[in-house]
Design a protein around this ligand. Structure first.
Ligand code: HH2
Length: 289
């Protein structure tokens, strides 16, 4: 029997309501992220720039900020956890007073452990907490967790990705991880699931996952989609990374229509506006205009 849909996401003492789509703003503290690499990192975190960008995202309506210290774009070189710590922890400390849920995008247990100490609210693991140590750090905390599907690792994931049925396979992976995390003591109300758009998937796989999003809702859990500025947008529109705003907004709206509860985006203000229009014009709310 399917569980009822989650109504809120519990993240380390913060509660996020799931009665409207949530927006997660991306802050990459890296030299090499595919769209904002180098914006907040010049050999050390540019805390002034990151704080200004974070405050603007919160003012524009971000519900979560996702802080990353390692690019996971296809072919990216892995980053030493000590280096990743140097990128992420000062930023967490600098943003601690903002009224927003702070997420840390990491696959490394040492970084996750430090993030818990530094006041993060959610751990976003693109490898789906496959590392038992990552799972233990999460289980020992009260943080929320984004469990994402990735085929292999960033270095190899785009080398000939093949699936017999991508939706069935990603769902099976997510169901397995949810089961393992619950066995480890992580309550389901702390979990959000993510198909991992572009992580070991071709365009046809990404399209199938978005269209089949509702089938990935294991145990009624909320779903997060990150498609902002990604190659998929470029493949459909023919646009370079810096010209993918319109495509990203359209994709976010469609993802929400297909059931996404959280959208992970680089352009927060524009996405919030687009979602406000969607909400105001939806049949349930149109009469109130
Ligand atoms: N996408 C990226 C990174 N982290 N986390 C989740 N949960 N879902 C995603 O789709 C996702 C993610 C890749 O985007 P970005 O952070 O902008 O780039 P890079 O990995 O190059 O830093």
């Amino acid at each position: 029997m399917e569980n009822a849909r989650s109504r809120e996401l519990v993240c380390g003492g913060r509660l996020l309501p799931l009665d409207r789509p949530l927006v997660m703003g991306v802050l990459n503290i890296t030299p090499d992220s595919f769209s904002d690499g180098g914006r907040f990192w010049q050999g050390k975190p540019d805390l002034g720039a990151v704080r200004a960008a974070a405050s603007a995202m919160v003012a524009a309506g971000a519900d979560l900020l996702d802080i990353g210290g390692e690019s996971t774009r296809p072919g990216a070189e892995p980053v030493d956890p000590q280096e990743e710590l140097r990128r992420v922890v000062p930023v967490l400390e600098a943003l601690a007073d903002l009224d927003v849920c702070l997420s840390v995008d990491t696959r490394r247990a040492a970084v996750a452990r430090a993030a818990v100490q530094a006041g993060a609210h959610l751990l976003n693991d693109v490898s789906g907490f496959r590392d038992p140590e990552m799972m233990a750090v999460l289980a020992d905390s009260d943080l929320g967790a984004c469990v994402m599907h990735m085929r292999g690792d960033p270095q190899s994931m785009q080398v000939n990705p093949v699936y017999a049925d991508v939706v069935t396979e990603v769902r099976a992976f997510l169901a397995d991880r949810v089961h393992a995390l619950q066995q480890a003591g992580v309550e389901r109300r702390r979990l959000v699931l993510d198909p991992g758009i572009g992580f070991g998937k071709r365009l046809e796989h990404n399209v199938a996952l978005l269209r089949g999003l509702e089938a990935l809702r294991v145990e009624g859990l909320p779903l997060l989609v990150g498609v902002s500025r990604k190659r998929m947008i470029g493949e459909i529109t023919g646009r370079a990374v810096e010209d993918r705003l319109a495509g990203s907004l359209a994709a976010a709206l469609v993802a929400v229509g297909f059931g996404a509860d959280v959208v992970r985006v680089h352009d927060v203000a524009e996405t919030v506006d687009a979602l406000r229009i969607r909400n105001a014009l939806s049949s349930a709310n149109a009469r109130a205009l």
